[in-house]
Design a protein around this ligand. Structure first.
Ligand code: CO
Length: 227
């Protein structure tokens, strides 16, 4: 039998627990009812679909407290129509929590996007990134027109966000919500790891008819003005 070291014996792990106690204490000092209220219900207005990258923590970068953002993160912020995990999160957010906004947030310099442009053999990750790889081919002309590698990766990061917004709009979950007259908007944002700033890719859609034309117009020229 393997005996794992207890958390208390590991300074890094025990540090996480002391950080946690200090954090909970600080919140309670500022707002004594905070956890009691939160335990009774969550009413986030936002579903965040972002990259797993440790440098892009959803709540922190938009200044939201626990209870304010429903979060789904995976490598390169993918919304695949066969991914039960992502779809279950989307369904719960839209149908049960009735969020007003679904934000797909990518980030510049995304490692997943970078990897999709190279012919690495990464195993399962190749399957996961295949959609971005195909996007890279589809938009090859736009991408290769950019002068340097970093710019090309960033253009694909933007294209990827916009295509994932399209996928959110294609789900029966969002289509049915719109048909019912439920107000839910889908947005595409991108985050700069180099300066901590978010940018709106201006592809917000809140009905099925506008979705395709808005997204196609945005894809006619990914903006790189933010770099
Ligand atoms: Co990433």
């Amino acid at each position: 039998m393997v005996v794992m070291a207890d958390t208390v014996d590991d300074p890094f792990l025990s540090g996480l627990f002391s950080n946690n106690r200090a954090w909970a204490e600080k919140i309670k000092q500022e707002n004594p009812d905070f956890f009691d209220k939160l335990a009774k219900q969550q009413a986030p207005k936002v579903l965040w679909i972002g990259c797993s990258d440790s440098r892009v923590p959803a709540n922190e970068i938009i200044g939201m407290m626990p209870g304010e953002v429903f979060v789904h993160r995976n490598v390169a912020n993918q919304v695949m129509l066969v991914d039960f995990n992502c779809l279950a999160v989307l369904q719960f957010a839209v149908e049960v929590l009735r969020v007003s906004h679904v934000i797909v947030c990518g980030h510049y310099g995304c490692g997943g996007v970078k990897a999709s442009l190279k012919n690495y053999e990464l195993g399962l990750l190749d399957n996961w990134l295949y959609g971005i790889n195909m996007m890279g081919r589809r938009y090859e002309e736009v991408i290769t027109a950019l002068p340097n590698k970093a710019g090309q990766v960033d253009a694909l990061c933007e294209i990827n966000v916009i295509e994932q917004v399209r996928n959110v709009c294609k789900t029966s979950i969002v289509r049915q919500a719109w048909r019912r007259g439920q107000e839910v908007s889908i947005h595409g944002w991108i985050y700069g790891i180099h300066d901590g700033l978010l940018h709106d890719l201006e592809v917000s859609v809140n009905d099925a008819t506008a979705a395709e034309s808005t997204l196609d117009a945005a894809l006619a020229g990914p903006r790189l003005a933010h770099r």
